[in-house]
Design a protein around this ligand. Structure first.
Ligand code: NI
Length: 226
């Protein structure tokens, strides 16, 4: 499931985050690439342990914890500390699939990458090209979202970033391990949860709400691993 989560960060948070990112020291993006993706990757990024990355990353994680659509769709178990990249002067990232397992530097934590996230810090009007293109069984899907919006997509997907021919594209990218490993099962739970939320809003005393909520939790119990 590909899902756009709008306005994860407010305009003020984006401005604040950009000020920190712009003052930071950037390095070659291949520091976090595996062998296959390093052949395709051409951009710059903040080192994982950089103070600026941790500061803005924590702001993102705090905002996501309050995002009901994200929590319902992703059912996160472990989230990788957000990384940051910058594409300019023709930078691009050819077709690749993200590494299956990510190790959090300096810790014993490892994360199976079920879902990938890209949170845009630059608006689409600020650069040419720089589309995130994701392949699935229904073809290619292009994303170039507003600053503050985030795309959530299965880490199993082949994807690439088209060359940025002018301007600059700043974004955060990271991964998560979900409590529900299967994309299909997560989708069923998300659909059911969305319907339940709607009924709760429109008919809060609906007699079927309690039994349907039980079905949601009993399905989750079948599929969850924590
Ligand atoms: Ni990738």
């Amino acid at each position: 499931m590909l899902l756009k989560i709008p306005a994860v960060l407010s305009k003020e948070q984006i401005a604040q985050g950009r000020a920190v990112l712009e003052a930071a020291e950037w390095v070659d993006g291949n520091v976090t690439a595996g062998y296959q993706s390093s052949q395709e990757k051409n951009n710059i990024q903040l080192p994982e342990e950089s103070t600026a990355a941790r500061q803005v990353g924590d702001m993102i994680l705090e905002a996501l914890a309050k995002q009901l659509t994200f929590m319902s769709a992703a059912l996160p178990c472990k989230i990788f500390p957000p990384l940051f990249n910058c594409y300019q002067n023709g930078h691009a990232f050819g077709a690749h699939v993200d590494n299956a397992v990510r190790y959090v530097k300096g810790t014993p934590v490892k994360i199976r990458t079920d879902l990938s996230m890209t949170l845009f810090f630059s608006g689409p009007e600020e650069y040419e090209g720089g589309e995130l293109v994701i392949e699935d069984t229904y073809g290619s899907h292009k994303a170039k979202l507003a600053a503050g919006d985030m795309l959530l997509y299965p880490s199993t997907s082949l994807h690439h970033v088209t060359p940025v021919s002018s301007g600059r594209r700043l974004a955060s990218f990271f991964w998560l391990e979900s409590m529900v490993r299967s994309d299909e099962q997560r989708r069923i739970l998300f659909d059911l949860d969305r319907s339940l939320q709607k009924i709760r809003l429109e008919t809060p005393d609906h007699v079927e709400l309690v039994p349907l909520t039980s079905v949601y939790h009993n399905l989750l119990r079948q599929w969850v691993s924590t």
